[in-house]
Design a protein around this ligand. Structure first.
Ligand code: SAH
Length: 342
C-alpha cells in the first residue's frame, strides 16, 4: 500500500523527500500546497518539477474527499456534507456559521463501536478508523466548497475520537501547525464518551484544546442504560480524569448532557448534575436529544429544558442549551450516512 502523504508532519515529509534525494525546501513547498493552498492533486503543485510530481504519484497516495451530497438548512445556513472516501466508505461533516466565525464538525471514524443507545452513528458498528488526512480533508474540502475560512473545529461527528487516538493526535498537530491552516488549539473541541486512559494521555500532551465529556447521566446505573462504556469506567473515575485534564492544561471541561424525556431530565437529575459539576471547573452543554427512528426516545419539552437550565444556573453552574442548528436537515450524528447505506 502506498504511504499517505497528507498525513505526514512537515518533519516526516522532509525526511521522505530528502530520502528521495530532494532538497529539504521542496518538502516545505509541497506541505504548503497541501495544507495551506489545499490543492487536490500533485499536478497542481506548479513550482515543483514534473519529475518530482511523477515520483510522488508513484510512491504516495493523495487523499481527497468527494462530496456526494450537500444539504443546506433554510433556517440558519448550516450545511451538511456527505463525503465519499477513496474506498467508497461515507462520512459526514457539518458546517455552521456563527457570529464568531465558521465552525466545522468532523467525523473521526467510519461508524462507531461505542453503542450509545440514542446515537445513529453506532447502529451498524465500526467499519474503520479515519486517517489523519481524512479528518483534515473534511475541513479542507469544506473550505474549498464554501470559499470561507474555518476558524473552529469540533470533533463531534461520526465515531469516537479517543478510539482512534494516534490518528486523532496527528490530525490535531497538523491542523494547528503554523505551517498549515494554523487553527488555534483553543478553537478546537474533542468530544468523548469517556475512554479514561486516552483522556489521561491527552491531558499529558498539554494541548490547549477543549475536552468535552458526553456525560448524559448522573449515576453509573442510569448511565449504563444509555451508554455501554459506563460498564467500563465509573462516573467517579471520569470526574477524577476531568479534574486531571484541567490541572494539566488549565482548560475548562465541557460536560455534554443530552436531555432525554423521562429518562435523565428530572429535577433530581439536575441536582445530581450540580453535585458532580460543582467541584470542577466546567461548563455544561444541554442538548435536547435528537430522536432517531430506530429508538423511541423523545425530547424533553422546551419549558422543561429551560427549567433544568435555570436550576443549574441558580447553583452557579455555567450552562448553555445547545442551539439546534440545521433542524430541517438530517440533524443527528450519522443520520445522513445511514440514509445512504440502508
Ligand atoms: N463519540 C463522541 C463524539 C461523537 S457524538 C462522544 O461520544 O462524545 C457528539 C455528541 O452528540 C455526544 O455528546 C453524543 O452523545 C451526542 N449525541 C449523539 N446522538 C445524539 C442524539 N440523537 N441526540 C442528542 N445528542 C446525541
Amino acid at each position: 500500500m502506498k504511504k499517505d502523504i497528507k498525513s505526514f508532519t512537515l518533519t516526516q515529509l522532509t525526511d521522505e523527500l530528502t530520502a528521495m534525494g530532494e532538497k529539504a525546501f521542496r518538502a516545505k513547498q509541497m506541505y504548503e500546497w497541501m495544507h495551506v493552498k489545499l490543492v487536490r492533486s500533485f499536478d497542481e503543485m506548479t513550482n515543483l518539477s514534473k519529475e518530482i510530481r511523477e515520483r510522488c504519484k508513484e510512491n504516495y497516495s493523495f487523499t481527497t474527499l468527494h462530496a456526494i451530497e450537500v444539504q443546506e438548512s433554510k433556517l440558519d445556513g448550516t450545511k451538511k456534507f456527505l463525503f465519499e472516501l477513496s474506498d467508497g466508505n461515507l462520512v459526514e461533516s457539518v458546517w455552521m456559521k456563527y457570529k464568531h466565525g465558521n465552525s466545522v464538525c468532523i467525523s473521526s471514524q467510519v461508524g462507531c463501536r461505542m453503542g450509545c443507545k440514542f446515537c445513529a452513528s453506532t447502529l451498524d458498528g465500526l467499519e474503520r478508523n479515519l486517517l489523519p488526512s481524512e479528518m483534515l480533508e473534511q475541513i479542507y474540502a469544506i473550505t474549498r466548497l464554501t470559499g470561507e475560512r474555518v476558524s473552529n473545529v469540533v470533533v463531534m461527528g461520526i465515531g469516537e475520537p479517543m478510539d482512534n487516538y494516534d490518528n486523532l493526535l496527528t490530525f490535531l498537530r497538523l491542523i494547528t501547525d503554523e505551517n498549515g491552516l494554523n487553527i488555534s488549539q483553543r478553537n478546537i473541541t474533542v468530544s468523548t464518551c469517556g475512554l479514561v486512559p486516552k483522556m489521561r494521555q491527552l491531558a499529558e500532551e498539554k494541548l490547549q484544546i477543549t475536552l468535552a465529556l458526553s456525560l448524559h447521566a448522573t449515576t453509573d446505573e442510569k448511565r449504563k442504560k444509555l451508554m455501554p462504556i459506563a460498564n467500563r469506567y465509573s462516573i467517579k473515575e471520569l470526574m477524577e480524569i476531568c479534574n486531571y485534564y484541567f490541572e494539566q492544561t488549565g482548560r475548562r471541561i465541557t460536560f455534554e448532557y443530552s436531555l432525554v424525556g423521562g429518562v435523565n431530565d428530572t429535577m433530581e437529575d439536575a441536582r445530581e448534575l450540580i453535585a458532580l459539576a460543582k467541584p470542577l471547573c466546567c461548563h455544561v452543554n444541554l442538548i435536547p436529544v435528537n430522536p432517531i427512528k430506530e429508538r423511541d426516545y423523545v425530547q424533553s419539552d422546551t419549558g422543561h429544558v429551560q427549567a433544568f437550565k435555570n436550576i443549574l444556573e441558580k447553583n452557579k453552574i455555567n450552562c448553555t442549551i445547545r442551539r439546534e442548528m440545521g433542524r430541517d436537515i438530517d440533524g443527528a450524528c450519522g443520520q445522513l450516512r445511514r440514509r445512504h447505506i440502508t
